[in-house]
Design a protein around this ligand. Sequence first.
Ligand code: FA5
Length: 337
Amino acid sequence: MQLDLTQASGFAGEIAASSTLSELNEVKVKYLGKKGLISLLNKQLPSLAPEERPAAGEKIQGLRNGFEALFQERLEKIGREAREKAILSEYIDISMPGFPFVNGSLHPVNRVYDEIVDIFTIAGYEVKSGPEVEDDYHNFEALNIPKTHPARDMQDTFYIHGDIVLRTHTSPVQIRTMESQKPPIKIISPGKVYRCDYDVTHSPMFHQVEGIVVDKGVTFGDMKGALRLFISRMFGDDLDVRLRPSFFPFTEPSAEVDMGCVQCRGKGCRMCKGTGWLEIGGCGMVDPEVFRFVGTDPDVYSGFAFGMGIERIALLKYGIDDIRLFYENSLKFLKQF
Ligand code: FA5
C-alpha cells in the first residue's frame, strides 16, 4: 500500500490566497489541525508495511516543514501589511490649519478683587471670610445697629426669614473675627454682599472688601495711611485720599473715603462732577460699643475699619460708567479684559 499525498500537498496556493490572519489560520486548521489533511496521514502510517514506514514518515514531515515555512512567511507578510495600513490611516497632516482655541479670561471684578487681596496681603493683612447668609445679630445688632435704629434704612435688606438676612455688607466679618480672635488683629474680608438696589452704579449683588486693624495705640492717622497705601498701589502714587466726616453706627468718628479722580487726576472733570474727588467707601475708628459686644476692652485697645465697593473700584479702574455691564455677561464686553 502507498500513501496518497495529493490532497495534503495542495496548501501552497491556499496559503498564498489568504489575505487575513483568520483566513490563514483556517488553512492551518485544514492541514495541521487534529483532523487536518497532513495530520491524518500520520494515522495511516500503521497500515503500511514496516519497511515502508520510515520513508513515508519522512515525506509527511517534509510536507509539514514545507507548510510551516510558507505559513510563517505569509504570517509575517500579513502582519507587515496590517502595520503599514495602520500607519497610513493614522497619518496626520501637520501642515493643515489648526482649530482656533478660544481662551477664557478672568472677569474684570475678579481681576480687581485679586489685585486688592494682593495689595493688602503684601501689607500684612490676613484674609478672612464669613457667611453670606447672616444673622441679624452679626449683620446689625453687634455693629451697634439695634432693631429700632434708623440706620437700618441706610441699607435695603433682603430678609430670608425671621432674623436671617443676606448680609448687606462685609462688616459682620469684623464681628466674627473679633469674637474668635484677640488683638492684635489685621484682616481684610472680601466677598459678596446683597442689597435691594438697582441702577447704573448700584447692583443687588456686589462685592465689598472690609478691613479692620485692632491693637494698642491704633490711630486715625494709621487708617489714612493704610487707605493711601491701597489707593497708590491700585491707581498710582499721584492720587491723594480725602476723608469726609460721615456716620456709621459701628465707627466713631466715621468718614467717607474719597480718592483723587482717576480721569482728571484731581483737576476736575465730568466723571468727578468737577470736584476732583471720587467716593470709594466708608471708614472710621471702631466704636467702643462694638468692642463691648465682642468683649474687647476699649480702654486698652483701639482700631480702625474700612469698607469699599469692589465694583466701584473696577468701574473707576477701567473707566466704565454702568455697573450692570459687569453682570450682563456679554462676551463682547468681557473679552476686552
Ligand atoms: C458700608 O457698607 C460699611 N459697612 C462700610 C464701612 C466699613 C464703614 C467699616 C466704616 C467701617 P456703604 O453702605 O457706604 O458702607 O457701602 C460701602 C461701599 O459699597 C460704597 O461706597 C459703594 O462703593 C459700595 N456700594 C454700596 N451699595 C452698592 C450697590 N448696591 N452696588 C454696588 N456698590 C455698592
